[in-house]
Design a protein around this ligand. Sequence first.
Ligand SMILES: [Zn+2]
Ligand SMILES: [Zn+2]
Length: 256
Amino acid sequence: MKIFVGQIVALFVLFVIFTPIERIFALHKEKKIFRKGFRTDVFHFLFNRFLTDIGTFIAVVIIAVSLSWFVSKDFQALLASQPFWLQFLEAVLIVNICGYFAHRLAHTVPFLWKFHSVHHSSEELDWLAAARLHPIDQIVSRSIAIVPLYILGFTKEVFGAYIVLALFHAIFIHSNVRFKFRFLRGIIATPEYHHWHHSNHEEALNKNFAGQLPILDILFGTFYHPKEKVPKTYGINEPMPKGYLAQLKHPFVKPR
Ligand SMILES: [Zn+2]
Ligand SMILES: [Zn+2]
């Protein structure tokens, strides 16, 4: 119940913060506040948290226990003794490297795409579109981020700081804003960079997989961030049900 109340408060706070920003600095001015799929995404925002938290906890405990032999206690102590900022930078780098390959697999392995395609089914992007994620997709991506940090022995403070920052950043990069952040191009993922990941333009398909560090896309040849144009359309070229429960069921339904 507490989590549910927390999610309602968070939804309200984010709505109050992002609605005026998206109105004043809109990238796509024609997009309405209560756009297509808004209600479905509210359900994703409110209910996924229960499923994701439980699932991630179970997955992390199982994987972390079975891999705990992998890193010595001395190494963990050495890592945890580093200054906070250094641990934080290392954590960002590790999560981004693991996350990059996991995200790329989610686009290329058909079984994984069934789950990840739910996130890509939004045809209009805004801050709330960040919530549209299949819980299993979310459990996999979170576990991939948390397990290495846990096994290597990063401190709770680093975990906490990274999770808060990553959540807020994920919401921000989906928002319907026209800020260019030119100085961050190729350095930190911006709304423009992630909007290209969601666009269904032929030239942008399977590009921009990094969570926060686009340098990984540059290194592995998947960077797409043209200077003089913006994505016009988003979504997937395959059917996706509109309702929340139907989207949760979608990966398990045989295509006709
Ligand atoms: Zn994706
Ligand atoms: Zn996204």
